[in-house]
Design a protein around this ligand. Structure first.
Ligand code: NAD
Length: 436
Protein backbone atom coordinates (compact mmCIF):
# COMPACT_ATOMS: atom_id res chain seq x y z
CA UNK A 1 0.00 0.00 0.00
CA UNK A 2 1.04 3.59 -0.48
CA UNK A 3 1.04 5.54 2.74
CA UNK A 4 1.73 9.13 3.75
CA UNK A 5 2.53 9.97 7.36
CA UNK A 6 2.14 13.64 8.25
CA UNK A 7 4.31 14.61 11.24
CA UNK A 8 7.50 12.66 11.88
CA UNK A 9 7.92 12.87 15.64
CA UNK A 10 8.10 9.88 17.97
CA UNK A 11 4.81 8.48 16.69
CA UNK A 12 4.95 9.45 13.02
CA UNK A 13 8.50 8.32 12.37
CA UNK A 14 8.01 4.99 14.12
CA UNK A 15 4.67 4.46 12.34
CA UNK A 16 6.12 5.30 8.95
CA UNK A 17 9.24 3.20 9.41
CA UNK A 18 7.33 0.17 10.70
CA UNK A 19 4.79 0.31 7.87
CA UNK A 20 7.71 0.45 5.41
CA UNK A 21 9.21 -2.57 7.17
CA UNK A 22 6.11 -4.62 6.28
CA UNK A 23 6.54 -3.81 2.60
CA UNK A 24 4.50 -0.63 2.15
CA UNK A 25 5.74 2.48 0.34
CA UNK A 26 5.82 5.24 2.90
CA UNK A 27 6.41 8.93 2.43
CA UNK A 28 6.84 10.97 5.61
CA UNK A 29 5.97 14.65 5.66
CA UNK A 30 7.18 17.24 8.14
CA UNK A 31 7.20 21.04 8.16
CA UNK A 32 10.55 21.05 9.93
CA UNK A 33 12.97 21.43 7.01
CA UNK A 34 16.05 20.69 9.08
CA UNK A 35 14.51 17.47 10.34
CA UNK A 36 13.56 16.35 6.84
CA UNK A 37 17.08 17.08 5.57
CA UNK A 38 18.55 15.06 8.42
CA UNK A 39 16.29 12.11 7.65
CA UNK A 40 17.12 12.33 3.96
CA UNK A 41 20.77 12.13 4.96
CA UNK A 42 19.97 8.90 6.82
CA UNK A 43 20.00 10.36 10.33
CA UNK A 44 17.26 9.39 12.81
CA UNK A 45 16.29 12.70 14.43
CA UNK A 46 15.11 11.19 17.76
CA UNK A 47 16.59 8.68 20.17
CA UNK A 48 14.55 5.50 20.02
CA UNK A 49 16.16 2.06 20.50
CA UNK A 50 16.17 -0.23 17.40
CA UNK A 51 14.71 2.43 15.13
CA UNK A 52 17.99 3.16 13.30
CA UNK A 53 18.36 -0.35 11.85
CA UNK A 54 14.93 -0.54 10.20
CA UNK A 55 15.08 3.14 9.28
CA UNK A 56 18.31 2.59 7.29
CA UNK A 57 17.09 -0.68 5.77
CA UNK A 58 13.88 0.80 4.43
CA UNK A 59 15.52 3.93 3.06
CA UNK A 60 18.03 1.73 1.21
CA UNK A 61 15.22 -0.35 -0.23
CA UNK A 62 13.39 2.80 -1.35
CA UNK A 63 10.32 2.11 0.73
CA UNK A 64 10.80 5.08 3.04
CA UNK A 65 11.23 8.68 1.91
CA UNK A 66 10.82 12.17 3.33
CA UNK A 67 9.45 15.45 2.13
CA UNK A 68 8.25 18.84 3.28
CA UNK A 69 5.72 18.89 0.44
CA UNK A 70 2.35 17.66 1.70
CA UNK A 71 0.73 17.74 -1.74
CA UNK A 72 3.41 15.49 -3.25
CA UNK A 73 2.84 12.94 -0.46
CA UNK A 74 -0.95 13.11 -0.63
CA UNK A 75 -1.01 12.58 -4.38
CA UNK A 76 0.87 9.29 -4.05
CA UNK A 77 -0.88 7.87 -0.98
CA UNK A 78 -4.07 5.85 -0.52
CA UNK A 79 -3.83 6.18 3.24
CA UNK A 80 -2.80 9.37 5.04
CA UNK A 81 -1.81 9.12 8.69
CA UNK A 82 -1.90 12.24 10.85
CA UNK A 83 0.73 11.97 13.59
CA UNK A 84 0.70 15.63 14.50
CA UNK A 85 1.17 17.28 17.89
CA UNK A 86 -1.87 17.86 20.09
CA UNK A 87 -0.28 19.90 22.88
CA UNK A 88 -2.31 21.30 25.73
CA UNK A 89 -3.87 24.66 24.93
CA UNK A 90 -3.93 27.43 27.52
CA UNK A 91 -7.08 26.06 29.15
CA UNK A 92 -5.75 22.47 29.28
CA UNK A 93 -7.80 21.16 26.36
CA UNK A 94 -6.00 19.54 23.42
CA UNK A 95 -4.89 22.07 20.82
CA UNK A 96 -6.32 20.78 17.54
CA UNK A 97 -4.89 23.52 15.34
CA UNK A 98 -2.19 21.24 13.84
CA UNK A 99 -4.71 18.53 12.96
CA UNK A 100 -7.41 20.84 11.64
CA UNK A 101 -4.85 22.96 9.78
CA UNK A 102 -3.61 19.91 7.88
CA UNK A 103 -7.22 18.70 7.39
CA UNK A 104 -8.02 22.02 5.73
CA UNK A 105 -5.09 21.54 3.32
CA UNK A 106 -6.02 17.90 2.67
CA UNK A 107 -9.54 18.97 1.71
CA UNK A 108 -8.07 21.14 -1.03
CA UNK A 109 -5.63 18.47 -2.21
CA UNK A 110 -7.45 15.16 -2.43
CA UNK A 111 -8.68 14.24 -5.88
CA UNK A 112 -9.68 10.61 -5.30
CA UNK A 113 -10.82 8.36 -2.43
CA UNK A 114 -8.43 8.44 0.53
CA UNK A 115 -8.48 7.01 4.01
CA UNK A 116 -7.35 9.68 6.46
CA UNK A 117 -6.26 8.15 9.74
CA UNK A 118 -5.90 10.10 12.93
CA UNK A 119 -3.06 8.64 14.97
CA UNK A 120 -2.64 11.62 17.25
CA UNK A 121 -4.31 11.56 20.64
CA UNK A 122 -7.42 13.69 20.25
CA UNK A 123 -10.61 14.40 22.20
CA UNK A 124 -13.88 12.72 21.41
CA UNK A 125 -15.50 14.30 18.38
CA UNK A 126 -12.26 15.16 16.56
CA UNK A 127 -12.85 12.66 13.73
CA UNK A 128 -16.15 14.45 13.05
CA UNK A 129 -14.36 17.82 13.05
CA UNK A 130 -11.68 16.52 10.66
CA UNK A 131 -14.42 15.14 8.40
CA UNK A 132 -16.28 18.45 8.36
CA UNK A 133 -13.08 20.41 7.70
CA UNK A 134 -12.05 18.22 4.78
CA UNK A 135 -15.59 18.11 3.38
CA UNK A 136 -15.70 21.92 3.18
CA UNK A 137 -13.26 21.73 0.27
CA UNK A 138 -13.19 18.17 -1.09
CA UNK A 139 -15.37 16.98 -3.96
CA UNK A 140 -14.44 13.31 -3.62
CA UNK A 141 -15.32 10.47 -1.28
CA UNK A 142 -13.04 9.95 1.74
CA UNK A 143 -13.11 8.32 5.17
CA UNK A 144 -11.69 9.55 8.47
CA UNK A 145 -10.59 6.82 10.85
CA UNK A 146 -9.51 7.10 14.47
CA UNK A 147 -6.53 4.84 15.18
CA UNK A 148 -4.96 5.92 18.48
CA UNK A 149 -1.38 4.89 19.14
CA UNK A 150 -0.33 3.10 22.33
CA UNK A 151 3.43 2.84 21.80
CA UNK A 152 5.77 3.71 24.64
CA UNK A 153 8.82 5.84 24.01
CA UNK A 154 11.88 3.69 24.59
CA UNK A 155 10.01 0.59 23.35
CA UNK A 156 8.30 2.26 20.43
CA UNK A 157 9.49 -0.07 17.67
CA UNK A 158 8.68 -3.26 19.60
CA UNK A 159 5.33 -1.87 20.67
CA UNK A 160 4.45 -0.91 17.13
CA UNK A 161 5.57 -4.15 15.52
CA UNK A 162 3.92 -6.33 18.20
CA UNK A 163 1.08 -4.30 19.69
CA UNK A 164 -1.05 -5.72 22.53
CA UNK A 165 -3.98 -4.58 20.41
CA UNK A 166 -4.80 -2.21 17.59
CA UNK A 167 -7.80 0.06 18.13
CA UNK A 168 -9.58 1.23 15.00
CA UNK A 169 -12.55 3.57 15.09
CA UNK A 170 -14.54 3.58 11.88
CA UNK A 171 -18.05 2.90 10.75
CA UNK A 172 -17.03 2.66 7.10
CA UNK A 173 -16.76 -0.91 5.74
CA UNK A 174 -14.37 0.28 3.04
CA UNK A 175 -11.98 1.92 5.51
CA UNK A 176 -12.24 -1.05 7.87
CA UNK A 177 -11.01 -3.37 5.11
CA UNK A 178 -8.04 -1.12 4.35
CA UNK A 179 -7.07 -0.92 8.04
CA UNK A 180 -7.45 -4.69 8.50
CA UNK A 181 -5.15 -5.33 5.55
CA UNK A 182 -2.58 -2.81 6.74
CA UNK A 183 -2.36 -4.14 10.30
CA UNK A 184 -2.55 -7.86 9.47
CA UNK A 185 1.24 -8.40 9.64
CA UNK A 186 1.39 -6.85 13.11
CA UNK A 187 -1.17 -9.13 14.77
CA UNK A 188 0.01 -12.51 13.48
CA UNK A 189 0.44 -13.75 17.04
CA UNK A 190 -3.29 -13.39 17.61
CA UNK A 191 -3.49 -10.04 19.31
CA UNK A 192 -6.72 -8.33 18.30
CA UNK A 193 -7.61 -5.46 16.04
CA UNK A 194 -10.52 -4.01 17.95
CA UNK A 195 -13.01 -2.18 15.73
CA UNK A 196 -15.40 0.36 17.17
CA UNK A 197 -16.93 3.72 16.31
CA UNK A 198 -14.69 6.78 16.06
CA UNK A 199 -15.74 8.36 19.36
CA UNK A 200 -15.14 5.19 21.36
CA UNK A 201 -11.68 4.84 19.80
CA UNK A 202 -10.83 8.42 20.67
CA UNK A 203 -11.94 7.93 24.25
CA UNK A 204 -10.13 4.58 24.58
CA UNK A 205 -6.76 6.31 24.33
CA UNK A 206 -7.60 8.91 26.98
CA UNK A 207 -9.13 6.29 29.25
CA UNK A 208 -6.06 4.03 28.96
CA UNK A 209 -3.55 6.81 29.66
CA UNK A 210 -5.61 8.24 32.50
CA UNK A 211 -5.94 4.81 34.09
CA UNK A 212 -2.18 4.24 33.94
CA UNK A 213 -1.52 7.71 35.36
CA UNK A 214 -3.99 6.91 38.15
CA UNK A 215 -2.23 3.63 38.93
CA UNK A 216 1.13 5.40 39.25
CA UNK A 217 -0.34 8.20 41.31
CA UNK A 218 -2.18 5.83 43.63
CA UNK A 219 1.11 4.07 44.33
CA UNK A 220 2.86 7.39 44.94
CA UNK A 221 0.29 8.21 47.61
CA UNK A 222 0.77 4.79 49.20
CA UNK A 223 4.54 5.43 49.16
CA UNK A 224 4.17 8.82 50.83
CA UNK A 225 2.01 7.21 53.50
CA UNK A 226 4.55 4.38 53.96
CA UNK A 227 7.16 6.97 54.88
CA UNK A 228 4.91 8.40 57.58
CA UNK A 229 4.11 5.06 59.20
CA UNK A 230 7.44 3.31 58.68
CA UNK A 231 6.25 0.72 56.12
CA UNK A 232 8.26 -0.32 53.05
CA UNK A 233 6.54 0.42 49.75
CA UNK A 234 8.60 -2.22 47.92
CA UNK A 235 7.05 -4.93 50.08
CA UNK A 236 3.58 -3.41 49.75
CA UNK A 237 4.03 -3.24 45.98
CA UNK A 238 5.04 -6.88 45.72
CA UNK A 239 2.25 -7.93 48.04
CA UNK A 240 -0.32 -6.07 45.95
CA UNK A 241 1.04 -6.69 42.48
CA UNK A 242 1.03 -10.46 42.73
CA UNK A 243 -2.77 -10.29 42.79
CA UNK A 244 -3.56 -10.89 39.12
CA UNK A 245 -6.52 -8.53 39.35
CA UNK A 246 -4.04 -5.75 40.11
CA UNK A 247 -0.93 -6.83 38.17
CA UNK A 248 2.62 -5.83 39.01
CA UNK A 249 3.19 -3.21 36.32
CA UNK A 250 2.90 0.54 36.88
CA UNK A 251 3.16 0.11 40.63
CA UNK A 252 6.63 1.59 41.07
CA UNK A 253 6.52 4.76 43.14
CA UNK A 254 8.65 7.73 42.17
CA UNK A 255 8.66 11.47 41.66
CA UNK A 256 5.53 11.74 39.52
CA UNK A 257 4.62 10.88 35.96
CA UNK A 258 5.80 13.18 33.18
CA UNK A 259 6.40 12.96 29.47
CA UNK A 260 4.55 14.17 26.46
CA UNK A 261 1.45 12.03 26.97
CA UNK A 262 0.17 11.36 30.49
CA UNK A 263 0.13 14.96 31.76
CA UNK A 264 -1.55 16.38 28.68
CA UNK A 265 -3.96 13.49 28.14
CA UNK A 266 -5.14 13.39 31.75
CA UNK A 267 -5.64 17.15 31.64
CA UNK A 268 -7.46 16.97 28.31
CA UNK A 269 -9.85 14.29 29.60
CA UNK A 270 -10.68 16.41 32.64
CA UNK A 271 -11.27 19.38 30.35
CA UNK A 272 -13.47 17.36 27.96
CA UNK A 273 -15.47 16.21 30.98
CA UNK A 274 -15.99 19.79 32.08
CA UNK A 275 -17.26 20.74 28.63
CA UNK A 276 -20.00 18.13 28.95
CA UNK A 277 -20.67 19.13 32.58
CA UNK A 278 -19.05 15.93 33.88
CA UNK A 279 -16.71 16.33 36.80
CA UNK A 280 -13.98 13.68 36.65
CA UNK A 281 -13.13 13.85 40.34
CA UNK A 282 -10.63 10.94 40.24
CA UNK A 283 -8.77 12.53 37.34
CA UNK A 284 -8.70 15.93 39.06
CA UNK A 285 -7.17 14.37 42.18
CA UNK A 286 -4.61 12.50 40.10
CA UNK A 287 -3.41 15.78 38.60
CA UNK A 288 -3.20 17.40 42.03
CA UNK A 289 -1.28 14.56 43.66
CA UNK A 290 1.08 14.22 40.71
CA UNK A 291 1.92 17.90 40.74
CA UNK A 292 2.93 17.68 44.41
CA UNK A 293 4.89 14.47 43.82
CA UNK A 294 7.24 16.21 41.39
CA UNK A 295 8.57 18.27 44.30
CA UNK A 296 8.94 15.41 46.80
CA UNK A 297 12.68 14.92 46.28
CA UNK A 298 13.41 18.65 46.39
CA UNK A 299 11.49 18.82 49.68
CA UNK A 300 13.60 15.99 51.08
CA UNK A 301 16.79 17.83 50.05
CA UNK A 302 15.57 21.01 51.76
CA UNK A 303 14.57 19.11 54.88
CA UNK A 304 18.13 17.75 55.05
CA UNK A 305 20.20 20.83 54.17
CA UNK A 306 17.74 23.58 55.19
CA UNK A 307 15.63 25.63 52.81
CA UNK A 308 18.48 27.97 51.85
CA UNK A 309 20.66 25.96 49.48
CA UNK A 310 23.15 28.73 48.61
CA UNK A 311 26.61 27.25 48.31
CA UNK A 312 25.30 23.68 48.01
CA UNK A 313 26.41 21.69 45.01
CA UNK A 314 24.11 18.90 43.89
CA UNK A 315 24.78 16.16 41.35
CA UNK A 316 21.72 15.09 39.37
CA UNK A 317 21.55 11.76 37.54
CA UNK A 318 18.77 11.66 34.96
CA UNK A 319 16.88 14.39 33.13
CA UNK A 320 14.61 12.50 30.71
CA UNK A 321 11.10 11.83 32.01
CA UNK A 322 11.91 8.11 31.86
CA UNK A 323 14.83 5.93 30.74
CA UNK A 324 15.63 5.09 27.11
CA UNK A 325 14.38 8.35 25.72
CA UNK A 326 15.72 11.86 25.17
CA UNK A 327 12.23 13.28 25.77
CA UNK A 328 12.15 15.86 28.56
CA UNK A 329 8.60 17.11 28.13
CA UNK A 330 7.07 17.54 31.61
CA UNK A 331 10.02 15.66 33.11
CA UNK A 332 9.95 15.69 36.93
CA UNK A 333 13.70 16.54 36.85
CA UNK A 334 12.88 19.95 35.38
CA UNK A 335 10.52 20.80 38.24
CA UNK A 336 13.14 19.65 40.71
CA UNK A 337 15.84 21.77 39.04
CA UNK A 338 13.59 24.79 39.16
CA UNK A 339 12.80 24.37 42.84
CA UNK A 340 16.39 23.65 43.92
CA UNK A 341 18.05 26.40 41.88
CA UNK A 342 15.45 28.88 43.19
CA UNK A 343 16.65 27.88 46.67
CA UNK A 344 20.22 28.68 45.60
CA UNK A 345 21.64 25.23 44.80
CA UNK A 346 24.17 24.68 42.03
CA UNK A 347 23.33 21.61 39.95
CA UNK A 348 25.54 19.50 37.72
CA UNK A 349 23.55 16.97 35.73
CA UNK A 350 24.23 13.93 33.64
CA UNK A 351 21.79 12.07 31.40
CA UNK A 352 22.81 9.53 28.75
CA UNK A 353 20.53 10.99 26.04
CA UNK A 354 18.58 14.04 27.18
CA UNK A 355 21.30 16.64 27.89
CA UNK A 356 21.10 18.39 24.51
CA UNK A 357 17.36 18.90 24.93
CA UNK A 358 17.83 20.30 28.44
CA UNK A 359 20.68 22.56 27.27
CA UNK A 360 18.37 23.95 24.59
CA UNK A 361 15.71 24.64 27.23
CA UNK A 362 17.68 25.73 30.29
CA UNK A 363 21.04 26.84 28.88
CA UNK A 364 23.52 27.47 31.68
CA UNK A 365 20.96 27.42 34.49
CA UNK A 366 22.70 24.14 35.40
CA UNK A 367 26.04 22.55 34.51
CA UNK A 368 26.37 19.40 32.41
CA UNK A 369 28.81 16.56 32.99
CA UNK A 370 30.19 14.27 30.32
CA UNK A 371 29.62 11.17 32.42
CA UNK A 372 27.79 10.19 35.58
CA UNK A 373 30.87 10.30 37.83
CA UNK A 374 32.07 13.69 36.61
CA UNK A 375 28.72 15.12 37.79
CA UNK A 376 29.62 14.12 41.37
CA UNK A 377 32.82 16.17 41.59
CA UNK A 378 32.76 18.06 44.89
CA UNK A 379 28.96 17.73 45.26
CA UNK A 380 27.20 17.73 48.63
CA UNK A 381 24.75 15.06 47.50
CA UNK A 382 23.65 12.91 44.58
CA UNK A 383 20.04 13.12 43.39
CA UNK A 384 18.50 10.52 41.06
CA UNK A 385 15.57 11.49 38.85
CA UNK A 386 15.53 8.86 36.06
CA UNK A 387 16.01 5.10 36.33
CA UNK A 388 18.51 4.64 33.47
CA UNK A 389 20.10 1.16 33.61
CA UNK A 390 23.59 2.69 33.93
CA UNK A 391 22.61 4.17 37.28
CA UNK A 392 21.45 0.85 38.75
CA UNK A 393 24.80 -0.72 39.60
CA UNK A 394 27.28 2.14 39.80
CA UNK A 395 30.75 2.02 41.29
CA UNK A 396 29.97 3.17 44.84
CA UNK A 397 33.67 3.63 45.66
CA UNK A 398 33.95 6.15 42.85
CA UNK A 399 30.77 7.84 44.07
CA UNK A 400 32.08 8.23 47.62
CA UNK A 401 35.50 9.39 46.36
CA UNK A 402 33.93 12.23 44.42
CA UNK A 403 31.09 13.31 46.71
CA UNK A 404 31.86 15.59 49.67
CA UNK A 405 29.70 13.35 51.83
CA UNK A 406 27.99 10.01 51.23
CA UNK A 407 24.49 11.42 50.69
CA UNK A 408 22.00 10.14 48.10
CA UNK A 409 18.40 11.22 47.43
CA UNK A 410 16.88 8.63 45.11
CA UNK A 411 13.59 9.44 43.38
CA UNK A 412 13.47 6.01 41.69
CA UNK A 413 14.35 3.53 44.47
CA UNK A 414 17.30 2.07 42.58
CA UNK A 415 19.26 0.69 45.51
CA UNK A 416 18.77 -1.86 48.23
CA UNK A 417 18.37 -0.41 51.73
CA UNK A 418 20.57 -2.99 53.49
CA UNK A 419 23.28 -2.49 50.87
CA UNK A 420 23.22 1.25 51.37
CA UNK A 421 23.43 0.86 55.14
CA UNK A 422 26.42 -1.49 54.75
CA UNK A 423 28.11 0.98 52.43
CA UNK A 424 27.63 3.75 54.97
CA UNK A 425 25.43 6.10 52.96
CA UNK A 426 22.74 8.52 54.05
CA UNK A 427 20.09 7.24 51.62
CA UNK A 428 16.67 8.80 51.26
CA UNK A 429 14.31 7.19 48.71
CA UNK A 430 10.56 7.05 48.07
CA UNK A 431 8.21 5.19 50.41
CA UNK A 432 11.01 3.46 52.34
CA UNK A 433 12.75 4.27 55.59
CA UNK A 434 15.67 6.65 55.32
CA UNK A 435 19.10 5.11 55.97
CA UNK A 436 21.13 7.48 58.12
P1 NAD B 1 6.20 15.16 18.19
O1 NAD B 1 6.08 16.54 18.68
O2 NAD B 1 7.38 14.33 18.54
O3 NAD B 1 6.13 15.18 16.59
C1 NAD B 1 5.23 15.92 15.84
C2 NAD B 1 5.85 16.24 14.48
O4 NAD B 1 4.87 16.90 13.68
C3 NAD B 1 7.06 17.18 14.55
O5 NAD B 1 8.14 16.60 13.84
C4 NAD B 1 6.57 18.46 13.86
O6 NAD B 1 7.59 19.14 13.17
C5 NAD B 1 5.53 17.91 12.91
N1 NAD B 1 4.56 18.88 12.43
C6 NAD B 1 3.94 19.89 13.10
N2 NAD B 1 3.08 20.52 12.28
C7 NAD B 1 3.15 19.92 11.08
C8 NAD B 1 2.50 20.12 9.82
N3 NAD B 1 1.60 21.07 9.65
N4 NAD B 1 2.82 19.30 8.80
C9 NAD B 1 3.74 18.32 8.97
N5 NAD B 1 4.38 18.07 10.13
C10 NAD B 1 4.09 18.87 11.16
O7 NAD B 1 4.85 14.44 18.60
P2 NAD B 1 4.64 12.89 19.01
O8 NAD B 1 5.21 12.63 20.35
O9 NAD B 1 5.03 12.03 17.86
O10 NAD B 1 3.05 12.87 19.18
C11 NAD B 1 2.16 12.97 18.09
C12 NAD B 1 0.78 12.60 18.58
O11 NAD B 1 0.78 11.22 19.01
C13 NAD B 1 0.29 13.40 19.79
O12 NAD B 1 -1.09 13.57 19.69
C14 NAD B 1 0.61 12.49 20.96
O13 NAD B 1 -0.24 12.71 22.04
C15 NAD B 1 0.34 11.12 20.35
N6 NAD B 1 1.09 10.02 21.00
C16 NAD B 1 2.37 10.19 21.39
C17 NAD B 1 3.05 9.12 21.98
C18 NAD B 1 4.48 9.28 22.45
O14 NAD B 1 4.94 8.41 23.17
N7 NAD B 1 5.19 10.33 22.05
C19 NAD B 1 2.42 7.88 22.14
C20 NAD B 1 1.11 7.75 21.69
C21 NAD B 1 0.45 8.82 21.13
Amino acid sequence: MKIAVVGTGYVGLVTGTCFAETGNDVICVDIDIEKVEKMRAGVVPIYEPHLDVIFERNIKQNRLSFTTNLEEAVEQAQIIFLALPTPPGEDGSADLSYILGVAEELGKMIKEYKVIVDKSTVPVGTADKVKETIAKHANVDFDVVSNPEFLREGFAVDDFLKPDRVVVGTESAKARKVMEELYKPFVRQGNPIIFMDEKSAELTKYAANSFLATKITFMNEIANYCELIGANVDDVRRGMGTDTRIGNRFLFPGIGYGGSCFPKDVQALAKSGKETAYDFSIINSVMDVNHKQKYVLAEKVKAYFGSDLKGKKLALWGLAFKPDTDDIREAPALYMIDELTKAGAEITAFDPEAMDNVKALLGDKIKYASNQYEALEDADALLIATEWQVFRTPDFDRISDKLKAKVIFDGRNLYDLVDMRNKGYYYNSIGRRTIT
